[in-house]
Ligand binder design. Sequence first.
Ligand SMILES: [Zn+2]
Length: 301
Amino acid sequence: MISLVRRITAACALSAALTAVAACGTTQASGARHPSPAAGHPAPARSAAKPSAGAEPSAAAPSAPPTLAPGPGGLTPVFANGPRTKGKIVALTFDADMTADEGPRAAAGEHFDNPALIATLRALKVPATVFMTGRWAVQYPDEARSIGNDPLFELANHSYSHYSFTGDCYGLPTVAPDRMRSDVENADAAFRKAGVRHVMPYFRFPGGCYDDKALRTLGGLGVTAVQWDVVSGDAFATDADAVTRQVLNGVRPGSVVIMHCTRSAAPTTERVVQAVVPKLRREGYRFVKVSDMIRATTSRS
Ligand SMILES: [Zn+2]
């Protein structure tokens, strides 16, 4: 439970700061479900589901990204981590957070982007998945396009507004149920407007907060919700060594690590990547993107 509390504290700190709402301090998020090593996989039945038809490679066209099959009644499937027994692979994921009402803060000089982090991932040749809000892409269209069109990375959806999809998520403002789908679709539209050619069919709930109602509401969009099993603790961290230790202690084969691509709220992340990548490579780990991790999960071999 200690790791769960730390996870929630970290996510809480980031969410609170990003929304300028200091409503954190509770470890309860009623209605929300959070993956944790203690709780195990949040949706084992759905994760064990067959890959969608799109996962089959086609000779005529590039194969569609692998997704998980919808759950009962068309529920959006949830993915948290890959296989534990198919080799030492790990997926680093970076949330490019910016909330819909943070434009004035950006105009005042706050940096919600992190070009040095992206440059380091490129220099170290680390494949990674970036979950971007639509608002971030509006603020940083050149960076969004550069990330989205770089084959080293894949760009996925983190909502347009970074508002919560449940009623209680660390003080984040809440999206009305009838706006949830459009909040996802508006992010994709912002990416395309920025010039991103490929957006992966993966969605990360703001704050990681979701419930069956949200999963049902997003059903039919064809997205797989992507959570994580390792929280880096980079949100508001000032001690890069502590974050580095937390990542190294948490990673197991198949892990999905959550970090952030947001300088103002996660200032140590680039240093953490510099430290973590060579260490994990020495331990025999290979970095993969979320699509690779889902493919490894759904493939038989
Ligand atoms: Zn976020």
